[in-house]
Design a protein around this ligand. Structure first.
Ligand SMILES: [Zn+2]
Length: 81
């Protein structure tokens, strides 16, 4: 498994946490896309997260990246199912 296999359309620039990446890769592609395209930005409202990194957490995965529309920092927590 390579880092490239984990991204959606190459949006992931770097994966900082292998465990998180592994968890993320186990999610179905359609769910990943849903999560990535449904991130809240304080400026734009619902937006798409780009250039994100994944961090492992006890209860899930934290996505941290930039808003696709305005470039502001946004984050999304994905709970383990
Ligand atoms: Zn924004």
């Amino acid at each position: 498994m390579s880092v490239q296999d984990l991204g959606i359309g190459g949006l992931i620039m770097s994966v900082t946490d292998f465990k998180a990446a592994k968890k993320w890769s186990k999610l179905p592609k359609n769910k990943q896309e849903l999560l990535v395209n449904n991130v809240f930005c304080s400026t734009c409202g619902v937006t798409t997260i780009v250039k994100y990194t994944l961090s492992d957490d006890e209860f899930g995965i934290l996505l941290q990246g930039k808003c696709k529309k305005c470039g502001k920092d946004v984050a999304r927590f994905v709970e383990d199912s």
